[in-house]
Write a protein that binds this ligand. Sequence first.
Ligand SMILES: [Mn+2]
Length: 385
Amino acid sequence: MPVDQAVVVFSDIEMGCGTPTDDFPHTDWLAELFLSYNRGEWTARPVDLVLNGDTFDLLKTSINGSYPHLVDSAVAVAKMKRILAAHRPFFAGLRAFLDHPAAPRRVFFTVGNHDFELLFPQIRQMIREAVGRGADRIHFPGLSVDLGDVHIEHGSQADPLFRLEPEHPFIHWQGRSILNLPWGAVALLDVAMPLHDVLYPCDRARPRTSVLTMLPELRNLMLERYWHYWTRDWLGSWWSASDPVKGLSWQLFRQVAARLQSGDASIQLDPRLETEIAEGPQRLTVLGHLHDASWRSQGARKVLRTGCMRDEFLVEDDGRVGRVLPKVYAEVLLRHGTTRRSHLVEVDGPRGAHAAMPASINEVLAHVRGFRPDPIAEAHGALAG
Ligand SMILES: [Mn+2]
């Protein structure tokens, strides 16, 4: 088949800071996968590598044991340093991929809801420096990129929890430029992340909803914590106008009410926003974010959704942790900017190596029982005492 451009799209790699909570301890393996696109049938073709959001898990990277929700460039740089130190082979892999004499190579980083920090010029510079030679062919197009008739974006812009205001990505506050984080990200940083050292196995378990059904105590604990957070902490901050990222909108109120009511805090897309993304002249849209790979048609458009690259595990009804799920990414072949073939590729991660996981998800319960339901009351109690 005559082809003059190839686009390879990976999403949700979610590289962390190298601790047991790092969801992707496989950068050697990933670098080798990148390099496979410099061999065989790919040798003479121009290849664009698109890292389509949540490449870095900056949302789940702490600094000095805490998860600040006021993220300026200094906070972003401190977090990125930890990820860089833990994932050197990723950057070496990009360098080797870009260093291909037989045909052009480019790398694109689009922004996902775990790596909004890519919007800071300082973070882009750190990535370029870590890659070194060939870094002039690394591009940061922002929330999405169009290559030929292909539209590529992470997909969190269709998620009301994690949608970034595209016109106002930053807030200027007390002389600092801070990320205008969507309320879902702020709530995660404040409520879920302080418990992450204990709860991370649940975050890696699939299917997502069945874990909450399996562990009603965990579901109740999280609902209670979120309830107190929204009704007291968030509303208080909004009322006193003391926190620039804790705004209030009708949509936020509706979403919080719906999620607390259903007890399902998992990702829910707004169908209207989702349709908007896949409108326009492009023939193919490639998305990620949900971690569930899919193929669908929307009018004359085809929508490919990649799965995740990070480690996720099948959990049986009795809580036993089963095998690591395969990783799914996308390949698109074009000629003169027109898609000629596109598909999803399913691969297994490196054999015998995976992120940390207990034998049973029930092991988390013992820890959940150790938590008081309300950290704010706890803190107040400590102050009073
Ligand atoms: Mn995402």
